[in-house]
Design a protein around this ligand. Structure first.
Ligand code: AMP
Ligand code: ZN
Length: 120
């Protein structure tokens, strides 16, 4: 398995640091965000170290599809049947803090606030 020593999410994959896992299989793990912004806020990550969406290429297509399909499946299990928000922060412009690809899945009983405010 690809791994990077100083990567916090690789450490979660290796169970070297704990996480509140909600799903795991051979390819991916989903776990609750340590600093949730809504009642439901979990992350879906690949087990292999991929730095960001910018680093993804054609061989990652199946993995990306699997990660994306897991979002509604796990959100529904957590009771968010009316929808949720997915975010993939990418690179410095995207405000990415952890350089191991992850999808944020965020949900609440009520409508989430607008993500980016239109200037007019
Ligand atoms: P970003 O890279 O900006 O998309 O965000 C990284 C996310 O990872 C943030 O929402 C953090 O709260 C979350 N995070 C960082 N470390 C951990 C951890 N050990 N367990 C769970 N979530 C984490
Ligand atoms: Zn990693």
């Amino acid at each position: 398995m690809d791994e990077q020593n100083d990567c916090i999410f690789c450490k979660i994959v290796q169970a070297a640091i704990p996480a509140q896992k909600i799903f795991e299989d051979d390819d991916v793990i989903a776990f609750n965000d340590i600093n949730p912004v809504a009642p439901m806020h979990f992350l879906i990550i690949p087990k292999i170290h991929v730095a960001s969406l910018m680093a993804c290429e054609e061989p990652h297509q199946q993995l990306l599809g699997k990660m994306l399909l897991l979002a509604p499946a796990l959100a529904k299990k957590q009771g968010c049947t009316d929808g949720f928000r997915t975010i993939i922060n990418t690179g410095t412009v995207g405000g990415q803090e952890v350089y191991h690809l992850h999808i944020h899945v965020i949900g609440s009983k009520n409508r989430l606030p607008a993500m980016i405010h239109k200037s007019q």
